[in-house]
Each structure stands twice: as C-alpha cells, then as structure tokens.
Write a protein that binds this ligand. Structure first.
Ligand code: SF4
Length: 298
C-alpha cells in the first residue's frame, strides 16, 4: 500500500489528527543526525523512488473519500535532490489534487517552492523544518539537507503564493540549537509561517552516538541529560523539566510572533483548535475521524 494510516511507532505520545501517510521515496539523503526513521528503514541514506508510485497512488486514492488528509512524507523527505528531475512528489500532488484530498507536505527542502503553483490551488499546507539559522551547525546536524537560508527563502516564496505554511523547529537539542530559539521563531514568522510545531530531541538507539561524533562536547552532555530522563515507545526522552522549559520558551516566542504553537510527542495538555502538526491551517479536513490533539505546556 502506498497510502497508509499514519501511526508513528504506535506511540501514545502522538496526538496527530487521523491522516494517511504517503512517502514517495524510501530512505532520505539529508542525513540528519537525529533522524528517527533511519533506525528502522534499511539502507536509509540511499534514497530510492517508490516503484510504480504514480500508478499505484492513482488506483489507491480513487478509493479515498475527498477531504481526507494525506501527509507527505513522514519517514523520508518528499523533496530529495532527485525530485528535481523525477517529479514524483509533484506527480503525487497532481493526483491528490484531482481527487480533492487535503495535503500536508513536510520537508526540509527549498525544492518544494517549485510546486507553489499546484499547492496554492489545492487544500494544502507545507511544514518546513528548520532547526538552526547557523550554516555551520546545520551542515553538521543535517549534512545532506539544503541550507537554512534556502529553506527560509522557499518559505517566503510559498507564502507569497498564498500557501498555508507552518514551521517545525524540531527537534530542539540542548547545547546545540537551544540558544537560537528566539531567532528561529522570528525568522520563520518573517518568512510567512502561521504556526510553529516544536519538540525536544527523542533518542532512538544510536542517535546520541551519532551526535557525539559530530558535536563531541555537546553530545557527551546530551548523553548525561538523557540518563536523567525517561523512556517512552522505545525512545529516550530528556528530563521533563528540561523539555517543559524549552517548550515554554518557544511557546512564548510564538505568542510574540502572533502565530499558533504546539508541541509534538511531548505528552502535555491540549489547546483546542490547534493541531500538533499544523493541519488546522487547512480550510477543511474531512472524513477520517479527527482525534482531539495538540500538546502544549500550559
Ligand atoms: S529529513 Fe527527515 S527523514 Fe530525512 S534524514 Fe532528516 S529527519 Fe530523517
């Protein structure tokens, strides 16, 4: 199946609305040190297009009721560099548009701006992930991903075309990018984001080791911090007070920027009407049962 119910790790911490997940590619070339998907997808760094993707999507989507929310993508980026010539994600958008499905694009790539013409004519929102404004930090943390400047530029282009936009400032990693929370929130808001989703780093096996290889001092401190935290759904969580303080800081930034805010998989109280994934920016989402969502520190 190309379209599958979104069910990350079957985790009780996930408060996303019900939606379908679509990954045009298997694997991802961005190489983010904190990537969770790389822990369960073999040969993850090799980005492979899904075989016969568009034909399968056309067939499966014909059975989905219009208005259903489809999230693209959750365990790979839908805009790896190959997308520039393969046009697979663009093809998916065309099919989803014809079927009148709602679409949420989650990416770290400026390439998404190429599809502004399609996205602006459908019920779609884009979530751009940006974790640092520093080229130096970003190139070590997400070595294969487009630079922060290119992502912000793509956001501004999408926003200018009227595409609903949110930013994922996610994950916050103490010692690495927590010092620029305020600047990040201001930058994404200037670029047109109307919502910010944030979360603290969760460590699947191997993640702290990977981070330590590129950030020796910060990675070691992170390991000590995780040792004081807890484990949920196979992931290490930072101590609750650390998570809470970080999320409160970014929530306050969002308030100052007049954008909505939610956390992702932190397990706190809900703000009615605000979705944890930014899908409340869509004009209407139908048909799959919506679950009450959105975490936020209160
Ligand atoms: S962009 Fe997402 S899927 Fe790709 S490596 Fe980074 S975290 Fe993993």
């Amino acid at each position: 199946m190309i379209l599958r119910p979104f069910d990350p790790w079957k985790g009780e911490m996930c408060t996303c609305p019900a939606k379908l997940s679509l990954n045009p590619y298997t694997g991802c070339p961005h190489g983010c040190l904190y990537c969770y998907a790389s822990s369960y997808i073999p040969r993850f760094a090799e980005c492979r297009p899904k075989v016969d993707l568009l034909r399968r999507l056309a067939r499966e989507s014909s059975r989905i009721r219009p208005g259903t929310l489809v999230s693209m993508s959750n365990s790979s980026d839908p805009y790896p560099s190959q997308e520039e010539w393969l046009l697979l994600s663009r093809g998916c958008l065309q099919i989803l548009k014809e079927r009148r499905l709602c679409v949420q694009v989650v990416t770290k790539s400026h390439l998404v701006a190429r599809d502004a013409d399609l996205l602006s004519g459908m019920n779609a929102c884009v979530a751009m992930t940006i974790t640092s404004l520093s080229e130096s930090i970003s190139s070590r943390l997400e070595p294969g991903a487009p630079s922060p400047a290119r992502r912000l530029d793509a956001m501004a282009k999408l926003s200018a075309k009227g595409v609903a936009l949110s930013a994922r400032i996610d994950p916050i990693i103490p010692g690495i990018n927590d010092g620029e929370i305020e600047q990040l929130a201001a930058a994404v808001s200037r670029a047109g984001a109307r919502h910010i989703t944030s979360s603290t780093i969760k460590a699947k096996p191997g993640i702290v080791k990977r981070i330590t290889a590129s950030f020796p001092h910060e990675g070691a401190a992170l390991g000590r911090l995780f040792a004081r935290g807890s484990k949920f759904a196979g992931s290490l969580y930072l101590p609750e007070e650390t998570r809470y303080d970080l999320m409160l800081r970014i929530k306050e930034c969002a308030r100052r920027e007049s954008v909505t805010f939610s956390t992702c998989r932190e397990g706190w109280a809900n703000i009615p009407g605000i979705s944890c994934d930014g899908s409340h920016l869509l004009s209407a989402v139908g048909n799959l049962e919506k679950i009450p969502y959105f975490n936020s520190p209160t």
